[in-house]
Design a protein around this ligand. Structure first.
Ligand code: TLP
Length: 357
């Protein structure tokens, strides 16, 4: 819980796990980090982080980049050439929340397949979506997956489903990129290792600055040749950083100290969902698998209920986001405790906030 500058009341910030502030251990590690010029490959802390990331994801090599958006962009640009076609779920962060970068900067046609509730796509749709070898058509070369799936409510795409999708993609000559911004949440929730979940993908991107609490940074992991190319693509988009070991130092702490505690975030998200269900919202707490709760509001009387509910919640010091005009999203993270979640629910009950409010 954080103290807002404008309101007397303390604020429960459930907008995103991106709002977490670095821990004491991270700040100390940042202060003490050994650094060098990483574009020359001379930053020992970044090198250590990249080696650790490669080990954790079961890939040969890794590349440190500034954000999740850059991790996806650099990965997708590296896998494709202009005019290629990418297959991706229609609720994927890549198409919904990354400013269309792969199309604008990569000249890649992104064709969407409907996301299923688990965050996957139907493997049976893939063969029909891959274009024949015909000079009139783009070349379908890449499938992008996401795990956990943000806009499907933090759902975990199972290992079986990921393997199935990876297998079909490979049969049809596609490479596979996995947006694993929250892959550590998926691992903690499913009991599988990150390396297992990322196994079917040629490249995986994950974020340090979400549930893992680091201030900045993401990693792209893949085989040596892919990461060598990705290093060039990172330079192309202006992502080569110099003494960024001060950032990587916090990332190493994130990987060492912040993974196991993700289970607390998942329990807190379920607690929130249970409370919201008790307040009458249409949400199944059993369906909440990780740290994201998306509540579908009743839009029969009002086509855009979510901005209004968001504003009412803000008045009582509870911050949420609105993925669209009929949904609100609540995200748990290291800076909100179970007590904070209880307090948010208590304030909602007191203010008589419910589905009809
Ligand atoms: N997601 C943010 C917002 O953009 C919605 C959030 O608050 O959840 N992949 C996935 C699955 C993501 O959820 C995000 C960030 C990214 C990539 C991009 O990461 P950043 O914000 O570091 O560029």
């Amino acid at each position: 819980m954080t103290q807002s500058q404008n309101v007397e009341q303390s604020v429960v910030d459930l907008r995103s796990d991106t709002v977490t502030r670095p821990t004491e251990a991270m700040r100390r590690a940042m202060f003490e980090a050994e650094v060098g010029d990483d574009v020359f490959g001379e930053d020992p802390t970044i090198t250590r982080l990249e080696q650790t990331a490669a080990e954790r994801t079961g890939k040969e090599a890794a590349l440190f980049v500034s954000s999740g958006t850059m991790a996806n962009l650099v990965s997708l640009l590296t896998h494709t050439t202009a005019g290629d076609e990418l297959l991706v779920g229609d609720r994927a962060h890549i198409v919904r929340a990354e400013a269309g970068g792969v199309s604008r900067l990569g000249g890649v046609l992104a064709t969407t397949l409907p996301n299923q509730p688990d965050g996957g796509v139907d493997p049976e749709l893939i063969p029909g979506a891959v274009r024949p070898d015909d000079m009139h058509q783009p070349r379908t070369t890449l499938l992008a997956l996401e795990n956990t799936h943000n806009f499907c409510g933090g759902s975990v795409v199972s290992l079986e489903r990921t393997r199935e999708l990876g297998g079909v993609a490979r049969e049809h000559g596609l490479r596979v990129h996995l947006d694993g911004a929250r892959i550590f949440n998926a691992a903690v929730a499913s009991g599988h290792t990150v390396a297992e979940l990322a196994g079917p993908a040629d490249s995986v991107a994950f974020c340090l600055s979400k549930g893992l609490g680091a201030p900045v940074g993401s990693l792209i992991c893949g085989d040596e040749a892919f990461i060598r190319d990705a290093r060039r693509t990172r330079k192309l988009v202006g992502g080569g950083m110099r003494q960024a070991g001060i950032l990587a130092a916090a990332g190493l702490i994130a990987l060492e100290q912040m993974v196991d505690r993700l289970a607390d975030d998942h329990a807190n998200a379920r607690q929130l969902a249970r409370g919201l269900a008790e307040l009458g919202f249409d949400i199944n707490p059993e369906g909440v698998q990780t740290n994201i709760v998306i509540v579908q509001l009743d839009a029969s009387g009002d086509a855009a209920p979510s901005p209004k509910l968001q504003a009412r919640l803000r008045e009582i010091g509870v911050l949420v986001t609105t993925p669209d005009r009929t949904k609100i999203r609540l995200v748990t993270h290291a800076d909100v405790s179970s007590e904070d979640c209880a307090e948010a629910l208590r304030r909602m009950a007191e203010a008589e906030i419910g589905p009809e409010s």
